[in-house]
Design a protein around this ligand. Structure first.
Ligand SMILES: Nc1ncnc2c1ncn2[C@@H]1O[C@H](COP(=O)(O)O)[C@@H](OP(=O)(O)O)[C@H]1O
Ligand SMILES: [Mg+2]
Length: 258
């Protein structure tokens, strides 16, 4: 499978798995994950695992596609004046759900997305503890796979009643309930990281409204997968959620499996 720019997804899946296995090595090696955690300037957590995963992903992607620039949460953030000229780029969160990683609940992922003309067109999400891969390519479909086994094609529920809402485990915002009240919600679930998008893509949830802050690398791979499974991610005006904005901080968004 390839995107419009002939990027094959197979090596990207392998890179996400390799990075995830490195994260798992660290997860299993240190009894106290807080002890390997530093705080960034914004007080968000950064562990050895985030950094090790970043190194693997950036080295592999740059070797494979030296012509495609890369923006990673843990790498150098190229100035907007330069990146606004990028027609396509890799957008990477080497460890999404660092709080869940530290809490050891398995709800963290490696996220790799390819952005073309400010829209995510390919996304890979790997959950190392569950050894589960989710991936999607624009116009070609979304899939869930245990590495080495036959992939399962994903399709959103596409229903508008009795919806299951999904939200953040560690960063829920009271303003989210207000928007969700407009829908016919029959149940709510919480999960860390971009796994929220995966649940929508596979029809285990239908709606995810995010009011609280996220960064572009938190949502790009998930958006590719949801979109490829037949869902959508929209901004507050109802337009498709776009990337490579002057600030990498996302605005609120609504992800729906219908
Ligand atoms: N105050 C804040 N500012 C910016 N991003 C924030 C934030 N609080 C949480 N996030 C983002 O929310 C992500 C976690 O999402 P969730 O709550 O859905 O699990 C974090 O990803 P990281 O764990 O990769 O840093 C982080 O990027
Ligand atoms: Mg993240």
């Amino acid at each position: 499978m390839t995107t419009q720019v002939d990027v094959s997804i197979e090596p990207i899946k392998q890179i996400a798995i390799e990075a995830g296995r490195k994260i798992l090595e660290i997860y299993e090696k240190y009894a106290d994950l807080e002890a390997i955690t530093e705080r960034k300037a914004d007080n968000s957590p950064l562990t050895l695992a985030d950094q090790a995963s970043h190194t693997i992903i950036s080295e592999r992607l740059m070797a494979l596609y030296p012509q495609i620039p890369l923006l990673s949460e843990e790498g150098k953030h190229t100035a907007y004046e330069i990146r606004k000229e990028w027609d396509r780029f890799w957008l990477v969160d080497p460890l999404d759900g660092t709080k869940e990683f530290i809490k050891r609940n398995g709800e963290f992922t490696v996220n790799i997305a390819l952005i073309e003309k400010n829209v995510p067109v390919l996304g890979v999400i790997y959950a190392p503890v569950w050894n589960l891969l989710y991936y999607g390519i624009h116009h070609l479909g979304a899939f869930k796979e245990t590495p080495g086994q036959t992939p399962v094609k994903l399709q959103v529920n596409n229903k508008q009643n009795l919806l299951t809402a999904v939200g953040s485990r560690s960063h829920a915002d009271p303003a989210e309930a207000e928007v969700l009240n407009k829908y016919d919600i029959s149940g709510t679930t919480s999960i860390g990281s971009s796994l929220k998008f995966c649940l929508i893509a596979e029809g285990k949830a239908d709606i995810y409204y995010r009011h609280g802050p996220t960064m572009e690398w938190d949502t790009a791979a998930g958006q590719s997968i949801v979109t490829a499974a037949g869902g959508q991610v929209q901004d507050a005006s109802g337009n498709i959620f776009t990337y490579n904005k002057p600030s990498l901080l996302n605005s609120s968004f609504l992800c729906q499996g219908f």
